[in-house]
Design a protein around this ligand. Sequence first.
Ligand code: ADP
Ligand code: MG
Length: 260
Amino acid sequence: MEQDHLIAMLNRLKLTAIRDQLDSLVDEAARRELTIREALSLFCEREIGRKDERRIEMSIGLARLPFVRDLDGFDFAAQPSIDKKQIREIAAGRFANAEAVLLLGPPGVGKTHLAAAIGRQAILAGYTVLFVSAPTLVAQLAKAHSEGRLEDRLTHFGKPRLLIVDELGYLPFEPSAAHLFFQLVSRRYERGSMLITSNRSIGEWGTVFGDAVVATAILDRLLHHSHVLTIRGDSYRLREKRRTGLLKAPLIAQNVPVPA
Ligand code: ADP
Ligand code: MG
């Protein structure tokens, strides 16, 4: 049958959106009295729309973002130390230039939120993204190294256009780990972007890496083409709690001993 033949061809060409919506698309084209050229254009738009959706879904899965966050959900007014425009610019596609973004600040100020939101934007813009916490990254590199598979892992973490490394500095590195991290940074240098979040200022990275020489070499590469954003202020979580009356005073004040 003619219909079966058409379905078979659409299958072979993997035009699944056209296949699934064939009747309604044909009806729509007739109803709107489209020319053949216009109808073809409509069909292609549907197919591309579906393929883009699938690609985005798949990329978001592969990126392993820790939670679903977007920039619209970020309360910039609560965080005056961040320039909304700069974040939007970064999210809007700095990744083509293999730049590094360092998001620094104390816990709870929205570093991971912004990292996940920027990652999401990068995926929507068509880039490959991978999110990993610094301890996991280092553990995986160290394990691979001890098993003689370091090259594989460096390739794995070297490939995505944007690699997000979250929570650098919460745990200090072993000296060998610092060197593995250096190898990864060198591998990605001027090839892919990195977004790193850390609760430590750059001056403290020597301590984080446990080796000032390696830390300098890492920073040398990272800072070459980079944006360093330092977020100040209170934890957003605690702020929300205080606002709703669950916490009475800033955390520090609670530790002040009551005078005898
Ligand atoms: P950090 O990584 O800096 O420790 P997170 O990004 O994990 O902080 O933020 C803690 C929680 O507070 C998350 O659920 C995040 O979505 C939320 N949050 C933090 N800052 C903001 C903000 N300015 N607007 C909206 N939500 C925020
Ligand atoms: Mg975090």
